[in-house]
Every structure is written in C-alpha cells, then in structure tokens.
Design a protein around this ligand. Structure first.
Ligand SMILES: [Zn+2]
Length: 190
C-alpha cells in the first residue's frame, strides 16, 4: 500500500526528482538483509529495491518505519524488474550453478540491478548473499557486502552426492539421480 503512496509522491514531485537524477552518481540496490541491517544511510545515498524485498521485511515494525520514511522521501525507489532481465539472470544463474541457491526475490534484486545498469545508471548491489555476489560479478555489476566483506573470486558451484559420491557438475538437480539423497554443492577449483 505504502509503495503506491511513495510512487504517487514521486509523480507529484517530478521537478525535484529529475533534478536529483542529474547528480545521481550511484544507485545502491538492496536485498532483504541489506535493508534489515540498518547499515543504509538513506540521507546520504540513493537506494532501490524490489516489491518482493519490501514484502519480506515489512513484518519488522522498526524496519517498516524506516522503509516507509525512505520511500516517502524518495530516497528508496521500489521497482519491479523487467521479465527480460529476470530471464537473463536465471540463464546466468543456471550456467554458474547458483540457480538452486537463489530465491525468486534474489533473482529479482539482480534483475533490477541489470535493468538499471542497462539504463546507464551506475549500480552497486548491497548483499551478503554469496550467490547474489557471485552473479553480480558475472554480470559486471559492482557488489558490496553489508556485514561481511564481499567475495573476491567468481565461483562455479558443482553438485555432488554426499552419499554415493556421484558428481553432477553444474546442475539444477536437487537430489541424486542414483540414490535420491539431497545433493550438496562445492566451489569448483580454479
Ligand atoms: Zn547419490
């Protein structure tokens, strides 16, 4: 509900919104942990996130208040990513083996970053999620950790069965085709 209110405010204030766009150097894209962390200074930077992230954090009253103020003041943009970018992120995630580790919300955060990046905006994703960080690097999008320093290397995840030791390489399988055990993943040696 407040998301609609936020966009209404933005529409009613186009003059200052476009003036702000000119000096906008960076847009920080937040995932749920980044939004909950309280490490985001809404007075100093421009932020964006997806409706799915918002719905994940709104159950927390203190976060809800901060988010509402940020959206209302235009410091936090809430946008749905394009289906095109969602598909692109999924394709890359499948190729790196990260697909299985990413939630729909994670994919939308990455897709939103991709949309903004394609629009010529310098984006930085804020996330402690390893798979989000990995994919951001694949897409040549900057990423910073929130509580932990970001990973330095790109990772390819290989699936293997902890029971019968079958190796599946990069795979979207959840369970072993031979014995039915739940697969685990480890980073490929580079
Ligand atoms: Zn097995």
């Amino acid at each position: 509900m407040f998301v609609l209110r936020g966009s209404t405010v933005l529409q009613g204030d186009l003059g200052s919104a476009s003036a702000k766009d000119h000096k906008k150097l960076r847009l920080y894209i937040l995932d749920s942990t980044a939004l909950i962390s309280g490490q985001t200074d809404f007075s100093k930077k421009e932020f964006a996130t997806t409706p799915s992230v918002i719905s994940e954090v709104m159950h927390d009253e203190s976060v809800k208040n901060v988010v509402e103020v940020a959206v209302y003041s235009g410091q936090l943009e809430v946008s749905k990513p394009s289906e095109y970018s969602i598909k692109e992120v999924e394709r890359i995630a499948i190729s790196t083996g990260d697909m299985i580790k990413l939630s729909r919300t994670d994919i939308e955060v990455l897709a939103l970053a991709l949309d903004k990046s394609k629009a010529g905006i310098e984006v930085v994703i804020m996330s402690d999620d390893y798979s989000i960080q990995n994919l951001a690097k694949r897409m040549a999008i900057k990423v910073v950790g929130v509580l932990y320093p970001g990973i330095r290397k790109q990772i390819i995840w290989l699936a293997y069965c902890p029971v019968c030791r079958s190796e599946y390489g990069v795979s979207s399988l959840n369970v072993c085709a031979k014995c039915g055990a739940e697969l685990k993943r480890r980073p490929a040696k580079q």
